[in-house]
Design a binder for this molecule. Structure first.
Ligand SMILES: C[S@@+](CC[C@H](N)C(=O)[O-])C[C@H]1O[C@@H](n2cnc3c(N)ncnc32)[C@H](O)[C@@H]1O
Length: 340
């Protein structure tokens, strides 16, 4: 009998198969989307503001249940995170007790955990779920219960992850959170990772690293446009980019190095705009995500890694130095000062 549980197990096993490349997992990601959306009767309600229920925290925006649900539709992001979390849990497996996973911002499907409940045993892994939005948490718990997975939960709290204290006798082995937007803009990923990893410095973090690099590029060369009706291979774009350097990285080493910082500014890099600056070249920020191990999200793989014009779309004459910092707070973002 092909039950939803059997389907979930099959999809999950295929997603974590290391022999399959991420780009070949679109059918499985789509099948997971269809399964969870049909099981929860998810639909975008045109009568309801899609942002209804979002919360502006003092660490950034916690997105609405509808928008959090739609993360499931990111057909590269979702399998990359499930694979990365699977690898982190596998690396943390130990005899004697289950791996403790702290999942901050589980959204309405507990999407990164649910497929792994279908492949690991309860002796291998237990999850603590944190979610600020009561509607999202309620939906996630109902979905988990509907698959019979409630025993995988250590705890599930409607709480702000940036205020959560990890119990001393329940140190997390793995911390997972996808509470970010492109360029680590607006959402609380940095504050959450900093707060939780600060309490569990030995934990494996998923994503392992989120970095933002500055580059100047000709945006007309980013993609190859093929004529309608084209059949056959699509040539690789010949991109015209000049990489100016990494300006920020959220990873365990940097979180450790920020330990004594109390204000709302984290240090970031400095870049020099080349001179002469060709007219076709515009300043862009590129986000790269190492989910865990060799599971990566690169340019254009998902909404989190689409290259972005430098905020404000400034024009530079050439030779300016840009000093960046990461601004924490309700509207977190990478900001810079230009020095002539
Ligand atoms: C981008 S969605 C991701 C949902 C799901 N984890 C996924 O990967 O599809 C982020 C979720 O984190 C929650 N969230 C954001 N900030 C939070 C915080 N400080 N504490 C707890 N939950 C938070 C939001 O309410 C939202 O449900």
């Amino acid at each position: 009998m092909n039950t939803d549980l059997d389907k979930l197990k099959k999809i999950s096993r295929e997603i974590i198969d290391p022999e399959t490349e991420l780009k070949d997992l679109i059918p499985q990601a789509a099948a997971l989307r269809d399964l969870l959306e049909s099981r929860t009767h998810f639909r975008v309600d045109p009568a309801r503001d899609i942002a209804a229920g979002e919360t502006r925290l003092d660490s950034g925006l916690a997105i609405s249940p509808a928008l959090a649900a739609m993360c499931l539709r990111e057909l590269f992001r979702t399998p990359a995170f499930i694979r990365g979390l699977h690898q982190a849990i596998s690396d943390a497996l130990r005899p004697g007790r289950p791996v403790r996973v702290l999942y901050a911002g589980c959204g309405p499907y507990a999407l990164l955990a649910l497929p792994l409940m279908a492949v690991f045993s309860q002796e291998q892994v237990k999850f603590t779920l944190l979610e600020i939005n009561p509607e999202s948490l309620g939906k996630a718990l109902a979905l988990i219960a509907s698959f019979g997975f409630t025993p995988y939960l250590d705890e599930a709290l409607c709480a702000d992850a940036t205020r959560y204290t990890i119990p001393a006798n329940k140190q997390a082995d793995v911390i997972v959170s996808e509470t970010m937007a492109v360029c680590l803009h607006n959402e609380p990923q940095v504050a959450i990772a900093r707060h939780l990893l600060g309490q569990a410095p030995e934990a494996r973090m998923v994503p392992q690293s989120v970095s933002v690099e500055m580059c100047i590029l000709d945006d007309t060369k980013e993609h190859v446009l093929m004529p309608a009706g084209h059949v056959g291979a699509i040539p690789e774009p010949q991109r015209d980019r000049m990489h100016l350097g990494k300006i920020f990285e959220l990873d365990a080493a940097n979180i450790r190095s920020w330990k004594g910082i109390e204000g709302d500014r984290l240090p970031a890099g400095r870049v020099k705009i080349p001179s002469p600056l060709e007219k076709r070249h515009r300043p862009y920020l590129l986000t790269q995500i190492v989910v865990y191990g060799n599971n990566r999200l690169q340019d254009y793989d998902c909404s989190l890694t689409v290259p972005q014009r430098l905020p404000g779309k400034p024009t530079f004459a050439g030779s300016e130095t840009l000093q960046f910092h990461y601004k924490l707070g309700c509207y977190p973002k990478l900001a810079y000062e230009a020095m002539a």
